[in-house]
Design a protein around this ligand. Structure first.
Ligand code: HEM
Length: 155
């Protein structure tokens, strides 16, 4: 595989401290991604509706989540470069990829769907069913990505 044979793959495999440092930054990225995403999903389910509106929650939490996704993706691809063929052969790898795609598609459907009319329900305790379904799919998909990530690690 090209990625594995690259100079990057060679460096990550052979330098003493790079792999554990990348793993740690990968986990930091996951925390920055999933923490704010779940907090926003809880708000979609009504938690904290007396404290802040959906639009305020989105403006504050989602950019943090996007930074986390970028950090997790960059470190994930770099980790993969060390042993791409071994990781790709694990049963968990296609699950992780499919669930990442599902989480991404769910976010797109939410933003270009029900969120376009958020002004009508930004302060609501009970949000539209499509928003609550999006929250449930998001939490399930990210939990699945974490599970699949754990199952493909340390191979
Ligand atoms: C392009 C995106 C990503 C790629 C290519 C990728 C790749 C990898 C690889 C190769 C490992 C194995 C590291 C090892 O063997 O120690 C790993 C571990 C892991 N990944 Fe990812 N990852 C990505 C994004 C994510 C995201 C978004 C999440 C969670 C929301 C996630 C969750 C995990 C978890 C929980 C582990 C196990 C960490 C550990 O126990 O040390 N990954 N990832």
């Amino acid at each position: 595989m090209r990625l594995q044979a690259s100079a990057l793959g060679d460096l990550v495999r052979n330098a003493e401290y790079i792999y554990p440092i990348l793993e740690s930054v990968h986990i930091l990225g996951i925390a920055l991604l999933v923490g704010p995403a779940f907090t926003f999903d809880f708000r979609l389910l009504g938690v904290g509706h007396r404290v802040l509106s959906i639009t305020t929650a989105a403006r504050y939490l989602l950019p943090v989540s996007h930074v986390g996704l970028i950090v997790a993706a960059i470190t994930g691809i770099t980790l993969l470069s060390a042993q791409a063929t071994v990781v790709a052969d694990t049963g968990a790898a296609p699950w992780k990829l499919a669930l990442l795609i599902l989480a991404g598609l769910n976010a797109l459907v939410f933003h270009y769907g029900v969120y376009r009319h958020v002004d009508r329900w930004t302060d609501a305790a009970v949000t539209p069913i499509a928003a609550r379904v999006a929250a449930g799919v998001s939490m399930t998909a990210w939990t699945g990505v974490i599970l699949a990530g754990r199952f493909l690690a340390y191979t």
